[in-house]
Write a protein that binds this ligand. Structure first.
Ligand SMILES: [Zn+2]
Length: 143
């Protein structure tokens, strides 16, 4: 089980409202979250926007409970109890960190197919924050 670092999570924040990656025009690599020089060839700054399907596969995951919650999640944990944060390999290539929803921690498996859904993350001083979470794709629940 991989350790999901706080800096890695924080880098995903600007992408909370849209699953859009940047495809490198030089090497074709899709950069997500989009930032600076191409992560793959480390040369190109020439990108085109691509909408991501939001579908992917769980590479690894961590179950967050009251005792283990990092500070940024502790507020949310009070309301939601135990939940799962996963490393998801998107079908387009990028690996991202996201919270899972609509499944119990015991149901999560490495290699499970998931898709992104827009959900309420938490409420802070009256402002409701939304972001992407991932939920199991239906075929995995049935079979
Ligand atoms: Zn590139």
């Amino acid at each position: 089980m991989a350790y999901v670092s706080v800096p890695l999570y924080k880098r995903t924040i600007p992408q909370r409202y849209g699953l859009v990656g940047l495809r490198c025009k030089k090497c074709g690599w899709i950069n997500f979250p989009p930032k600076g020089v191409c992560k793959n060839c480390k040369e190109s700054l020439d990108f085109e926007k691509v909408k991501l399907s939001g579908k992917g596969t769980i590479y690894s995951y961590t179950v967050i409970s009251a005792a283990a919650a990092p500070p940024e999640f502790s507020k949310q944990e009070k309301y939601g109890g135990t939940y799962v944060v996963a490393l998801v390999d998107l079908d387009e290539g990028p690996r991202i960190v996201a919270q899972l929803t609509d499944c119990k921690p015991g149901e999560v498996k490495i290699g499970m197919r998931v898709k992104a859904v827009l959900r309420r993350i938490y409420e802070d001083e009256g402002v409701i924050r939304y972001g992407f979470k991932f939920k199991p794709q239906e075929e995995d629940l049935n079979g």
